[in-house]
Design a protein around this ligand. Sequence first.
Ligand SMILES: [Zn+2]
Length: 377
Amino acid sequence: MKLKSFLLAVCLSLCLAAAGQDLQSYVSPSPYRTVTVAEPAQDSDVRNIILMIGDGMGLEQISCAWVVNHGSLNVDNMPVTGLSRTYSANRLVTDSAAGGTALACGVKTNNGYVGVDTAGNPLGSIFDKAIAAGKKTGVVTTCRLNDATPATFCCNNIDRDEAEDIVADYLECGVDYIAGGGLKYWRERSDGRDIVAEMEAEGYSAVLDPDSLSSVKNLPVLAVLADLELPPALERGDLYRNMVKQGITMLSEAGGENGFVMMLEGSCIDDWCHAGEIGPAMEELMDFDRTLGDVLEWAAADGHTLVIVTADHATGALTLQDGDLGEGKVSVAFGNDGHNGIAVPYYAFGPGSSKFGGILENSELGRLISSFVSPQD
Ligand SMILES: [Zn+2]
């Protein structure tokens, strides 16, 4: 017994030492001023829907970013909150493919499946519904356009890793504004095809240089602005915000009374939490929230836009262990390098927001968002 107690004590102290070693502190060099906006009237028509998905952005990530930005986030403007249960059809802990499919198509499917049901049948997404209703559509991501989350809105594949097949699906999707990274899978392909050229032949204005984005005049637009992911948040300046602003401007002008549906992803929060690096993860989340500030200001002025913010899952079993609001300092530890099964928050703003609230399955949340595309259905 004595030996057992001794070994237990050694184990415990080693574990504590290991946990202590994993504690990371972070203070951001780029805190920002958040906006304050009033929600438009509930009885206005919902013409436009902007769905923002923070990949891997659980309440733990949001809470840390709130501290790092000195106790203020733009998401605080969103009056309605609730929880989304994220488990997939075949796993308690989802991946981004099943998580994205639930939000995009309103159906829980297996991990790894992109826009298809558990039998592999293609599912219609909110974009398909929007296009049928005469709306414009747009997708903006900081990762590769073939990555699971954007792909679930535009593509159908039983395997999220079939990057070249997924990219080729953008030819069929009919989405009007496409902006993200992953050029490699559009041009340096094993089948020799140049999907950028094929999209141009279909009428798309192709933009491959971030500096040219603001000069593009006509929809549809294909902007593939990096070989793989976009540069990290601290290196890319306002690129993500500009991709979003350009999209909203073009889609709102072209959509007019019919409106538009956009999905904006903050992709790399997830990657940095997989890597166990709090600093870059916070900067990605803060860039996402800073962009949300632009979106909310636009939506408040427009008056006909429903804005939803949520996540597909949380990543890294992150714990906020200490810190200082005044200094904007967090001390955190990551418990693992994978996803977890904890429910994630969702937030709603704008006409229709009062229909949200409470605990929803991620697939119910997807169907509820989609129900605003054609309320007469
Ligand atoms: Zn992940």
